[in-house]
Design a protein around this ligand. Structure first.
Ligand code: PRX
Length: 652
């Protein structure tokens, strides 16, 4: 009997382990089971309640206007100011001396910035921008290292209603100038450079070239971070001069709930970037709610640390807007985790007594490769919640994170969401959910996700298909900047009345959701759909494998053949017997259909700047084609090194 794709996608990997929260954690958790009940009894009333976490200067008439789907309006008629919610109200409540940011520069310089100091700086920056002629609605591009001024710049823009578009500081002139152009910015905020891997790396030179290509750019505001030599143009202004001169008196005006807050270009592995538009009231409501619910934030005592870069949505929602709306104290680190040594992150957890850590699977797998003796050298006992985001987390990496970072006591929350969703959508709640290694599990209260088949029918437990979102949510993208057609086409055309996330997913026998990666990452082998994530997880569960990337390569016999690229743990060479064992290991774990045709040992994998594996390039190697475009690769020489060093064991 032939299986349907849904059946094969469904049940290759099974996971028996579960970890319920401790009674102590549950009894003091911010959110309990009743949140799900309240939200399902009346979803809009639930979001109405959550929006009251914020200070509004004018109440809304309607929680949701869905009269023109999929163009949603949340909290219509309501007015608020995002920066006031992130700063002024905490200072007014007497919390001005609370540390907002413990900044740690890569060279070891550090600064503690209180909420009162942040507010002072944001008011000055807001006045400075206004003095330079920036008005509500004008777009500003921010191209910065991970320094507090990046957050100040974003909040200053928000304060005066000028939507920002942050471009990741590692992007090239091409990427930067096309984004400046698309969003129509007339002012750029940047820095001379930032510290990365022990060096002052330049940013200003890239902005110079990009601004030369974009005639609309009138001014460039430059923060001095490294003091390195830079070229100076007529349009350039020093941040420290302009901002210091400006007044620290600033009365913020309120903006409509649907006023644009920012445009962030997605960092997908293919296609022209899309400018994802987020607005004010709904976005801040959901980022604030999810930040306190998913991480169980206690702002009085917690020290929170999200290791993302401010150039990604995670940096927007869970460094700047969610945490600051909640009055959190957080760590911000400028550099890379291996500078000056591979224990840097754990050293900082110890130094600041970090209680909540939010990072990505790609980082966790790197730490695994470096070995557990590194974190073991530091006191990590302050930690109480661990989060993961950005891609599916393999059960082995999840377990390693729980054991070696979380001391077997911290709940691990695997949070699924996207630039487009603006905030976390699917995740365990640390005081409620019995967590399962590798599963994001359940939609948050107030969120309706589904796993559907090709015909948009909900799949039963044990089935696989595509992740969709059935009901509008407050922090949803409002459109693709300047391109409503593309918004409709990309997200709303696959299934009538549902948001198509582009991710494969399955529901296990308990109804928990497992993310299987982008739809393009599903292989078709002899008519069976097999997810690259599951084969990768099976490989990483072998104790000799640190990291794996799997692609489907064209195969005359089977349609696609599974080709795996693996990085060994603590060794660089393998043997034919070992490679054969790895192939059998996958066959044993997932079934013979998932046995890789070929396993190749490599020392590195090609990744995008945000850490996602570029399978397209690996597919080229697996099929021995000329290499595709590598301009978005973190390190384009990786491909050359991979090709030169390939050691391969192929199928029988
Ligand atoms: O494929 C999913 C994956 O990352 C995509 C969204 O990427 P981006 O817009 O860059 O945002 C990343 C930070 C939110 C999703 O479509 N993804 C993100 N989180 C997870 C995930 N895949 C599996 N599990 C996750 N927890």
């Amino acid at each position: 009997m032939t299986q349907t794709p849904q059946e094969t996608l469904a049940n290759l990997l099974s996971e028996e382990r579960t970890f319920p929260p401790s009674p102590e954690f549950s009894s003091s958790a911010n959110v309990t089971e009743t949140a799900y009940e309240e939200a399902s009894a009346d979803r809009l009333a639930f979001w109405d309640t959550q929006a009251r976490r914020l200070d509004w200067t004018k109440d809304w008439d309607q929680v949701l206007d869905w009269s023109n789907p999929p163009f949603a309006k949340w909290f219509t008629g309501g007015e608020l100011n995002v920066a006031v919610n992130c700063l002024d109200r905490h200072v007014e409540a007497g919390l001005g001396d609370r540390v907002a940011i413990h900044f740690e520069g890569e060279p070891g310089d550090s600064r503690a910035i209180t909420y009162a100091e942040m507010l002072d700086e944001v008011k000055r920056a807001a006045n400075a921008l206004t003095d330079l002629g920036v008005e509500a609605g004008d777009r500003i591009v921010i191209y910065m290292p991970m320094i507090p001024e990046a957050a100040v710049a974003m909040l200053a823009c928000a304060r005066i209603g000028a939507p920002h578009s942050v471009v990741f500081g590692g992007f090239s002139v091409d990427a930067l100038s096309s984004r400046i152009d698309d969003v129509g910015a007339k002012l750029i905020i940047t820095a001379d450079g930032g510290y990365r891997k022990g060096k002052a790396s330049a940013l200003k030179a890239t902005v110079d070239e990009a601004a030369d290509r974009c005639p609309a750019v009138e001014q460039v505001l430059v923060v001095r971070r490294t003091g390195q030599d830079i070229e100076w143009h007529e349009r350039d202004l020093w941040w420290h001069e302009v901002v210091a001169k400006a007044s620290n008196e600033h009365t913020a005006r309120s903006f409509d709930a649907e006023h644009p807050l920012f445009v962030l270009y997605t960092s997908g592995t293919t296609g022209r970037p899309k400018g994802i538009l987020h607005t004010t009231g709904g976005y801040l409501t959901q980022t604030s709610y999810t930040h306190q619910a998913v991480f169980d934030l206690k702002p009085e005592t917690d020290v929170y640390w999200c290791t993302a870069d401010i150039g990604w949505i995670t940096g927007h929602s869970y460094i700047v807007y969610g945490p600051m709306a909640n009055g959190a104290t957080q760590v911000m680190y400028e550099g890379t985790p291996d500078t000056p040594h591979k224990g840097r992150l754990w050293e900082l957890v110890q130094k600041y007594g970090v209680t909540i850590l939010y990072t990505a699977p790609t980082a966790i797998r790197t730490f695994m490769k470096w070995g557990e003796d590194l974190p073991a050298r530091y006191d990590l006992s302050s930690l109480r919640v661990l989060g993961s985001v950005g891609e599916p987390i393999n059960p082995e990496a999840w377990m390693w994170y729980r054991e070696h970072i979380g001391g077997d006591r911290c709940p691990v929350v695997d949070t699924w969401w996207q630039t487009e969703t603006g905030a976390i959508m699917v995740s365990p709640l640390p005081g409620v959910t019995a967590t399962k290694p590798g599963s994001a599990q359940r939609a948050l209260p107030g969120i309706t996700v589904d796993v559907v088949d090709d015909d948009a029918a909900s799949v039963p437990n044990g089935g696989g298909g595509f992740l969709t979102i059935r009901d509008p949510w407050p922090s949803m993208l409002r459109t693709v900047w300047g391109d409503d057609e593309r918004f409709l086409e990309t997200y709303w055309s696959q299934y009538k009345g549902m948001y198509f996330a582009g991710d494969g997913a399955k529901r296990d026998d308990d109804g928990d959701i497992w993310l299987l990666g982008r739809v393009d990452d599903v292989m078709l082998v002899s008519g069976h759909n097999i997810s690259t994530t599951e084969v990768e997880s099976a490989l990483v569960s072998h104790d000799t494998i640190a990291e794996a990337a799997v692609v489907g390569a064209t195969d005359p016999l089977t349609g696609q053949g599974i080709v795996a690229f693996v990085i060994l743990r603590g060794a660089s060479e393998s043997s034919p017997e070992h490679l054969a064992e790895l192939r059998s290991h996958v066959a044993k774990t997932l079934g013979p259909i998932a046995k890789p045709r070929q396993v190749m040992v490599v020392s590195e994998l090609p990744k995008t700047r945000s850490g996602k594996i570029m399978r397209r390039l690996l597919r080229d190697i697996a099929e021995d084609r000329k290499l595709g475009d590598v301009t978005t690769l973190q390190d384009s020489s990786v491909m050359v090194r991979i090709k030169e060093g390939l050691q391969s064991g192929s199928g029988d």
